[in-house]
Design a binder for this molecule. Structure first.
Ligand SMILES: Cc1cc2nc3c(=O)[nH]c(=O)nc-3n(C[C@H](O)[C@H](O)[C@H](O)COP(=O)(O)OP(=O)(O)OC[C@H]3O[C@@H](n4cnc5c(N)ncnc54)[C@H](O)[C@@H]3O)c2cc1C
Length: 501
C-alpha cells in the first residue's frame, strides 16, 4: 500500500494475459469473453461502483434500505443531467458516464437491434451483416430488452404515442415491434425498447459482468485510471495507473501493471474520447496532437521519445447522431398534454468532426460533426418537412416550434450546430476500423482484428472504432462489435509463435 494513502494500492508483481481499460458497453463484454476462454483478465475502470448489484452506494434517500442505486431505477436514468457530480466524466466537454458500466450505467437504456445496413453501409469486410448476425443473436439472447418495462406488464402515459400513431396510421405507416423487425425502418412505427428487466436497469452490468465476476481468472479494479501505455516500439508491456482522485472516492490502484511477458495484450475500451486520449498519451496519433502531449506539464516528462511515435489519424472521423433538431414541444388541446419529438440523422451521414487533446490532458470536440455536409442538411430538412406534413393531419395539435409560418430550412438554420444543441451523446469514430492503414494515408487506426496499426498487442474495442453512425441508439451495436472483436482477437496466433506453427 501507498504509505501516504491507504486507499491507493501500488501494483506489485501481478501480470495479466489481457488488460481491458474501461468498463462500458465495449469493455465489459470483451473482458467477459476473453476470461471465458481461460485467460487471466484485468478490467480497469476509473470510475466508482454504480449499480446495487455491484455494491454501488449512490442513491437518493427514498432508496435507502434497498439494494437499488440511482443507476438501477428507470425513473432516474436521466439523473446524470441534474446531478452529474462523481458520475459524469470530468475530462471531456460532452456528457459521458465515468462509473462502472460507463454509458450503459447512466444512459436511457434504449435498446435497438442494429439495422442490417448499419453493418453493410458502415463497416469493412469481415464486419458485414452476414458476419454480425450470429453475434447480434448472442447479444439479444443475453439482453432481450422489452418495450413494456413496467413490472405489471402495463404501458403507462400512452397519450402522446396514441395521438401520434393516429397521424402515422393515416399516412400509411405500419406498427411493428422494432426489435422483431430491425430491417423494417421505412414507414413503420413502434414502441421504444429498453434494456430493463424486473423494472431495473439490465444490460452488460447484469449479464456479462455477472459471468465474468464468477471466474477466478477475472479481476476488476475500479477507481483506477489508466494514464498511458508503456511500450517498446509496437509492443505494449504494461499500463501506468493512477488512483482516481487519489483514492478519495474508493480503493484504487497506482503504479504499473504488466501484461504476461511475450504473449499479453491490452484492449482499450475507454470510449470514443477515452481510448483516443490514451493512444495520444502513449505516442500514437497525429503529430500535432503528440506535440501537445509532449509540451504539456502533465505528461511532457514521461512522454515516449518521438522516434517511437506512431502517426495515425486518432481523433478524426468523429461522429454523433445529430438531433435534427427537436420538434416541439407540440401541444394537444384535447388531451392537454405536450410532447417533444427527437429526430436523429444517423446511418449514412457524411459530416464528420474531430476530437483533440488540451495541454491539461482533457479532450474536446474541436470540430463538431453536425450538418457540415450539405446533403446531411438537406436530409434533415426533408425529414422534418415530411413529419410536419404527416402530423398536420392530427386535430387539435398546435406546434410551438417550428411555428406555422416558419420554413423548415429557416428553422434548421436557426439552431447552431454545437454539441450542446445538436448532440445526442452517441459518440463514435476517433479510432476507426478499416483495412486502409492510417499510417499510409488511410482513415483507419485499427485493422480488421481491431489491432492498432504499428503495434502487435494493442487493440481498441468500443464505440471509437465505428466507421459511421448507426440507425438507432448505439449500445446494442457496440456490444455486438465487442462480441465479434473478442472472437477475432482470440483467434489470432499468440505472439512469439511462428506462422508455421
Ligand atoms: C446520457 C447518455 C444517454 C445515452 N442514452 C443511450 C440510450 O438510451 N441507448 C443507447 O443505446 N445508447 C445511449 N447512450 C450512448 C451509449 O451509452 C454509449 O454509446 C456507449 O456506452 C459507449 O460505449 P463505449 O464502450 O464506447 O464507452 P463507455 O460506455 O463510455 O465506457 C467507457 C468507460 O471507460 C472508462 N474510462 C475512460 N477512460 C479511462 C481510463 N483512462 N482508465 C480507466 N477507465 C477509463 C469510463 O469511465 C467508462 O466507464 C447514451 C449516452 C449517454 C452519455
Amino acid at each position: 500500500q501507498n504509505t501516504t494513502n491507504p486507499n491507493c494500492t501500488t501494483v506489485k508483481e501481478q501480470t495479466y494475459d489481457y488488460i481491458v481499460i474501461g468498463s462500458g458497453a465495449g469493455g465489459i463484454p470483451v473482458a467477459d469473453r476473453l476470461s471465458e476462454a481461460g485467460h487471466s483478465v484485468l478490467l480497469i475502470e476509473k470510475g466508482p461502483l454504480s449499480s446495487g448489484r455491484w455494491n454501488g452506494t449512490m442513491k437518493p434517500a427514498w432508496l435507502e434500505g434497498t439494494n437499488l442505486t440511482r443507476f438501477d431505477v428507470p425513473g432516474l436514468f436521466n439523473q446524470i443531467w441534474a446531478d452529474p457530480t462523481g458520475v459524469a466524466c470530468e475530462d471531456v466537454d460532452v456528457m459521458a458516464g465515468c462509473v462502472l458500466g460507463g454509458g450503459v450505467a447512466v444512459n436511457s437504456a434504449l435498446w435497438w437491434k442494429p439495422h442490417p445496413s448499419d453493418w453493410d453501409v458502415n463497416f469493412p469486410v469481415g464486419w458485414k451483416n452476414s458476419d454480425m448476425q450470429k453475434h447480434v443473436e448472442t447479444v439479444w439472447q443475453r439482453i432481450p430488452g422489452t418495450y413494456i418495462p413496467s413490472k405489471d406488464g402495463k404501458l403507462y402515459l400512452q397519450q402522446g404515442f396514441d395521438t401520434v400513431s393516429k397521424g402515422l396510421e393515416a399516412a400509411g405507416f405500419k406498427y411493428v415491434v422494432p426489435n422483431d423487425h430491425p430491417d423494417q425502418k421505412n414507414h413503420t412505427y413502434g414502441h421504444s425498447t429498453f434494456f430493463v428487466e424486473n423494472a431495473e436497469r439490465h444490460g452488460p452490468l447484469a449479464t456479462y459482468l455477472v459471468t465474468a465476476m464468477k471466474r477466478k481468472n477475472f479481476a476488476l479494479w475500479t477507481n483506477t485510471a489508466a494514464r498511458r501505455l508503456i511500450r517498446t516500439g509496437g509492443h505494449i508491456t504494461g499500463v501506468e495507473l493512477k488512483c482516481s482522485k487519489e483514492g478519495t472516492v474508493g480503493p484504487g490502484y497506482g503504479g504499473t501493471v504488466r501484461v504476461t511477458p511475450g504473449t499479453g495484450r491490452v484492449i482499450l475500451s475507454a470510449g470514443t474520447f477515452g481510448s483516443a486520449k490514451l493512444l495520444l498519451r502513449s505516442g500514437i496519433g497525429p503529430l500535432d496532437q503528440l506535440e501537445v502531449v509532449r509540451n504539456s506539464t502533465v505528461d511532457g516528462a514521461t512522454m515516449i521519445q518521438s522516434n517511437q511515435w506512431i502517426n495515425l489519424p486518432v481523433g478524426y472521423n468523429l461522429n454523433d447522431h445529430v438531433v435534427a433538431p427537436n420538434l416541439g414541444p407540440m401541444f394537444w388541446q384535447q388531451i392537454q398534454a405536450s410532447m417533444t419529438i427527437t429526430q436523429y440523422l444517423g446511418m449514412g451521414t457524411l459530416s464528420r468532426g474531430r476530437m483533440t487533446i488540451l495541454p491539461n490532458m482533457n479532450t474536446r470536440v474541436s470540430i463538431a460533426p453536425y450538418l457540415r455536409d450539405s446533403h446531411d442538411k438537406e436530409a434533415v430538412v426533408q425529414g422534418i418537412d415530411y413529419i410536419r406534413g404527416v402530423l398536420s393531419q392530427i386535430q387539435n395539435l398546435t406546434w410551438v416550434v417550428p411555428t406555422v409560418n416558419q420554413s423548415t430550412t429557416a428553422f434548421v438554420n436557426s439552431i447552431p450546430a454545437t454539441t450542446g444543441l445538436r448532440g445526442s451523446n452517441h459518440w463514435t469514430g476517433s479510432c476507426t476500423i478499416g483495412s486502409d492503414d492510417g499510417r499510409s494515408g488511410g482513415r483507419a487506426v485499427v485493422d480488421l482484428d481491431t489491432k492498432v496499426y504499428g503495434t502487435d498487442n494493442l487493440f481498441v474495442v468500443d464505440a471509437s472504432i465505428f466507421p459511421g453512425m448507426t440507425t438507432g441508439n448505439p449500445s446494442g451495436a457496440i456490444i455486438t462489435v465487442a462480441e465479434r472483436a473478442a472472437g477475432r482477437i482470440l483467434s489470432l496466433k499468440p505472439l512469439g509463435t511462428s506462422a508455421l506453427d
